[in-house]
Design a protein around this ligand. Structure first.
Ligand code: ADP
Ligand code: ADP
Length: 223
């Protein structure tokens, strides 16, 4: 069974934009790259998979469960492109809140939260309020939130767009580790190098339409 499967998945906003007729299958443990310029429809596609918006047409499922259902949501972690954190909370409090949302018990929360904050590189700043975090630190925080429930599938929407080169390479390293642990990763990016180093397969999206998909080596070579 595929970790992610979509058939003719389409979202048309009232202004006619969105994404249309996307067919994708991602196997368990695979890293899949969704590559395209700003406005191509990457966020729209992922929002349908995580159940934030409802498709206009087509179908999507995660390990056979229809996207948007409770069963499907339980399997996923999501790092949105723009996330409004509760700025008055500390980073640690935000991750604890997410732990509660995914139903972690107290002991597991106490064990996992500090470990995760460390892992994403904000351990030292975890008691600062989020309003004092840079955009890059907020993305790290978002990654910790996405990981807190130990999801089988990770949806990452431009996870390092606000980071400097060091931050980018740290996140890249972390994603490689997660992949080595068997997580399925769906990565939205407009950067070839993010996708190239991590992903097995890639789809090129432009103007809401998939132009090409296949092995990273094949697709990127032809460009
Ligand atoms: P990407 O993630 O690749 O940058 P998006 O999925 O955010 O692309 O956007 C795809 C297209 O849909 C863009 O033209 C964008 O302006 C439009 N769009 C995104 N969200 C909305 C919305 N809520 N209402 C109307 N149009 C939208
Ligand atoms: P909400 O912000 O309450 O979720 P929207 O559906 O309007 O409601 O917005 C969803 C996301 O899409 C937001 O990040 C918003 O900024 C963005 N968005 C809304 N309309 C457009 C648009 N025409 N083009 C690009 N992005 C849009």
């Amino acid at each position: 069974m595929n970790a992610i499967h979509t058939e003719a998945l389409t979202k048309r906003y009232s202004n006619g934009r969105g994404c249309s007729d996307v067919h994708i299958s991602v196997r368990e443990g695979e890293a899949f790259g969704f590559l395209g310029p700003n406005g191509a429809g990457k966020s729209t596609f992922v929002k349908m998979l995580v159940g934030l918006i409802f498709p206009t047409e087509g179908r999507a499922s995660l390990f056979g469960e229809p996207a948007g259902t409770v069963a499907a949501r339980r399997m996923l972690g999501y790092l949105p492109e723009l996330y409004r954190y509760q700025e008055w909370l500390t980073g640690e409090e935000v991750v604890r809140l997410h732990a509660k949302l995914v139903g972690l018990g107290r002991d597991e929360t106490n064990r996992r939260v500090p470990e995760l904050l460390e892992r994403v590189g904000i351990g030292l700043r975890s008691r600062d309020r989020v309003k004092n975090y840079s955009k890059g630190m907020q993305q790290r925080l978002g990654l910790a939130c996405a990981l807190v429930g130990d999801p089988r599938i990770l949806f990452l929407d431009e996870p390092s767009s606000a980071m400097d080169p060091i931050g980018r390479s740290e996140v890249r390293q972390l994603l490689h580790e997660l992949k080595a642990q068997g997580k399925t990763i769906f990565l939205n990016s407009h950067l070839m190098e993010d996708v190239e180093s991590l992903c097995d397969r890639v789809a090129l999206l432009n103007n809401g339409t998939v132009l090409q998909q296949g092995l990273v080596s094949d697709v990127l070579q032809q460009r």
